[in-house]
Design a protein around this ligand. Structure first.
Ligand code: ADP
Ligand code: MG
Length: 449
């Protein structure tokens, strides 16, 4: 029993660190749905949802994962991936079983993202007050509410807090990322189901759209969203939006949509000051609960400054380490653990679109000009789609940026290629092998290791 608990704890800490080390799409695709199963005699078993994930992690992330685990346990660790479908996606809400069938396909709110779990300070006070105002008086305070700011500063947390409170007030809430909205729309158009799309998005009491910077450069989606916006707004339905920048800085957005986004209240979240970072750590320690001294929390709050997600990852890591070695968690020990994270972070070389293209053309024996050009034979077309798929998987590039990298293809083309390869990879073993090999090449550990 103790052994199982500690495997779970170790893995939780490892995920905290991996989340800092791999990019967000990669983390979501390959690591978010995993769990620690057992740890014995240097063998660490990780539960993964399917063969596909197992093979990917095995080929591409094994050495990184073993390094993280070894760092955490201070023992040489060999990792093993085991397929275990009991794992649930963590963000899935417990409400799931009780919601009406018609809503079942809506992305669900994370029950942890509430107003009471949100710590306020000068960096986010206005955004918090505005969000709370909207949740308490939807459709009648600020409409839309527009929250912007950098990554990991609590935008999604606030947006979902509005959603959670409104669901509790029996409102029909739809939370969606701008990316999902775009994909839904493209799919509806392809399948001639735009009427159903309209019904889905225009029949709600409240629409929460996360990360609207994604609409940039997507003309059709921008226009469509403009109409969704108007219809909801005219009916006094509440709209709340987050973005990584203010409306006026979103490039390539229809002008009339941009001006709508500024109609209500535009507010930002900034990087938290030391007091707020400390308060967040204290709240987290209390919530878990973790027995941790004030000086250690202060040390973490001093060292990790930019991003609340990183702050939480660091806390998890420090705590897990102390539990493992069963020593007193002193500031000096915490400093050592955090230093290891910082060292590892600088080693991870970023994968760029150019590197991916290079790897694909060498695997398919083509030239970069072929990828960017108009050749349409089956092999070139496949190589192009694989490139799009890999850039999407491995980098933070938007569909539009990927299209530009590949000689000016439309975002819809990129989105289609991504979905096609994502599904082919499950059905065509030879393609899967080929893509794995390319990916492996991208993740070769540098000699500095
Ligand atoms: P963003 O959407 O801005 O990238 P998130 O909302 O996903 O950031 O926040 C990242 C993590 O930090 C989440 O786990 C969130 O709960 C936590 N977090 C962010 N801001 C706060 C806060 N003010 N108080 C407590 N937790 C916070
Ligand atoms: Mg977010």
């Amino acid at each position: 029993m103790t052994e199982i608990r500690s495997a779970q704890q170790i893995w939780k800490a490892a995920l905290g660190e991996l989340q800092i080390q791999v990019n967000a799409p990669n983390y979501r695709t390959w690591l978010a749905n995993t769990a620690g199963l057992s740890y014995q005699d240097g063998q660490f078993a990780v539960a993964v949802p399917n063969t596909f994930v197992a093979e990917y992690l095995e080929k591409n992330q094994r050495s990184l994962i073993e390094r993280v685990l070894t760092g955490l346990t201070r023992h040489e660790v060999r990792v093993q991936f085991r397929i275990d479908s009991y794992q649930q996606y963590p963000a899935r809400s417990i409400r799931e079983k009780n919601i009406p069938a018609q809503q079942a396909s809506f992305p669900l709110l994370n029950p942890k993202y509430t107003f009471s779990s949100f710590v306020t300070g000068s960096s986010n006070q206005l955004a918090h007050a505005a969000a709370l105002g909207v949740a308490q008086n939807p459709g009648h305070s600020y409409n839309p509410l527009f929250i912007y700011g950098g990554a990991g500063l609590g935008k999604t947390h606030l947006l979902q807090a509005i959603g959670n409170m409104s669901v509790a007030n029996n409102m029909n809430v739809l939370y969606v990322s701008a990316e999902k909205y775009t994909n839904d729309l493209m799919q509806a158009i392809r399948e001639n189901k735009t009427e159903a799309f309209r019904n889905k998005y225009r029949s709600v009491d409240m629409l929460l759209v996360d990360d609207v910077q994604f609409f940039s450069g997507k003309k059709q989606t921008g226009e469509n969203f403009f109409h969704t916006f108007n219809e909801l707004h005219d009916a006094n339905r509440q709209i709340a939006i987050t973005c990584d920048r203010p409306p006026r800085s979103i490039a390539l957005l229809p002008e009339r949509l941009r001006s709508r986004l500024e109609w209500g209240l535009v507010t930002d979240v900034q990087a938290p000051d030391f007091e707020t970072r400390l308060a967040i750590l204290q709240a987290r320690a209390k919530q878990e609960p973790i027995d941790i001294s004030e000086d250690v929390l202060e040390l973490i709050a001093l060292q990790i400054q930019q991003n609340i997600r990183a702050l939480e990852g660091s806390l998890n890591r420090v705590v897990a380490y102390a539990r493992l070695v069963r020593t007193m968690l002193t500031p000096a020990l915490a400093a050592q653990v955090l230093k290891d994270i910082a060292d590892n972070e600088t080693k991870a070389a970023p994968v760029t679109p150019a590197l991916i293209m290079e790897a694909v053309v060498s695997s398919f024996q083509l030239t970069p000009a072929d990828l960017k050009g108009r050749k349409r034979d089956a092999e070139t077309a496949l190589a192009r789609q694989v490139t799009m798929y890999l850039i999407r998987q491995e980098t933070e590039c938007s569909l539009a940026e990927i299209g530009r990298e590949l000689g000016g293809r439309s975002p819809a083309t990129v989105s289609y290629a991504y979905q096609k390869i994502s599904s082919d990879i499950n059905n065509i073993p030879s393609l899967r092998r080929k893509i794995f090999e390319i990916q492996q090449g991208l993740h070769v550990v540098s000699p500095a290791d």
